[in-house]
Design a protein around this ligand. Structure first.
Ligand code: ZN
Length: 366
């Protein structure tokens, strides 16, 4: 998995590799970007390049082999969600006393430590930073460079202050990556001691052509749809669950059409019938609500004369018909109605009932 496998943002990757080439890699790097923009993937690739035993060169710049013992062990941390879930499960299985003292880490190489936010608060905690401090001043055992990857910028106050102390006097042989969706969340003093790189959103066309290579099973319309729904983040595009999205969307269309047409509710009730309480029903309803919002947003784009912003491009014809039957005020009312349903869900009202109420409340006067 060399750098050429990283999708998008070639200039940023190039600049980072130039820093590797000059052997003056910063001690602290902020990688900023939206969810799915590739922050974590890139941090691991850089950790591999810093420690690859083969040290290959491509296009005149340092790369990594992906095969040597260092590369392959670091690469095992690639699926962060799965590794995180495993660590959390291991902690859940502990005795109460041990549980309290155990923090969540992902470590597949002795010199590379991944620090995810610790549940249930989902923040980086001071004990996690203490663990970093406990090892960072020792020379790496099997790598050239110790690498620490903080996967989130939400730090508890004490944790941020402890990290700052490390950044004030970092050892020569360590690199810290701070991944941030919103770098403004980090202390200004942490930011000023780090070098920042941004992974920007990719253009739709860029994502579409990358998907053509990576997801050949999707047709052109599907690739166009996923490119628009993943908001410029390649990681989200690659992991997009197209099947569930399309399923949820067809239900959302039933709800909206039923509301638009008024009178006959057989179809609507059949759809909302399937939304029952319980964890599974809750998740299903949340997906439906998200899809409803996306459709209403598209209708709003059509109503306001900006059809180029529509994301559900594969059903543009159907959306146009709906937009003609509706008007700006209706779409707005629908969005407010949805917010109402969400509030109802938080109060645990029977979900199918509040959805029915939503659709019937939106009926247009004949
Ligand atoms: Zn290697």
């Amino acid at each position: 998995m060399p750098f050429s496998d990283f999708l998008g943002n070639p200039e940023t990757v190039h600049r980072l590799r130039e820093m590797l080439a000059r052997k003056r890699f910063p001690h602290a790097i902020i990688l900023a970007g939206a969810r799915g923009s590739g922050k974590y993937t890139l941090a691991l690739m850089l950790a591999q390049a810093l420690n690859c035993l083969e040290q290959p060169v491509t296009d005149g710049l340092p790369d990594f082999c992906g095969q040597c013992p260092n590369c392959s062990r670091i690469g095992q941390a690639k699926d962060l969600d799965a590794q995180f879930a495993e660590a959390v499960e291991a902690r859940d299985g502990m005795r109460e006393v041990d549980k309290k003292e155990t923090r969540i880490f992902v470590q597949t190489h002795p010199d590379v430590l991944v620090i995810p936010p610790d549940p249930p608060q989902m923040m980086i905690k001071v004990d996690q930073v203490r663990q970093v401090i406990g090892s960072i001043y020792f020379r790496p055992a099997e790598a050239r460079e110790r690498v620490y990857v903080f996967t989130d910028s939400a730090f508890m106050k004490e944790a941020a202050n402890s990290l700052l102390k490390v950044l004030e006097e970092p050892p020569e042989f360590a690199t810290i990556f701070l991944l941030a969706e919103n770098p403004g969340e980090l202390l200004p003093t942490i930011r000023s001691r780090s070098v920042s790189f941004a992974l920007g959103a990719l253009r739709f066309e860029e994502i579409e052509s990358l998907l053509a290579r990576r997801r050949p099973e999707w047709n052109q319309r599907e690739r166009a749809l996923v490119a628009r729904l993943s908001e410029g983040a390649m990681g989200r595009a690659l992991s997009f669950d197209l099947k569930s999205y399309v399923a949820a969307r067809s239900q959302a269309l039933v709800v909206l059409n039923s509301a638009l047409r008024g009178s006959d509710h057989t179809e609507l009730f059949k759809t909302t019938e399937s939304f029952r309480p319980g964890a599974e029903g809750r998740e299903k309803t949340e997906t439906l609500l998200r899809t409803l919002y996306a459709l209403l947003e598209d209708l709003m784009f059509l109503e306001s004369g900006t059809p180029q912003l529509v994301r559900n491009t594969d059903i543009q014809g159907e959306l146009k018909k709906m937009a003609e039957a509706a008007d700006f005020a209706w779409v707005q009312r629908a969005a407010q109605g949805l917010a109402e349903v969400e509030r109802g869900m938080r109060r645990n009202l029977l979900r199918s009932l509040s959805l029915d109420a939503f659709a019937t409340a939106l009926e247009r006067a004949p």
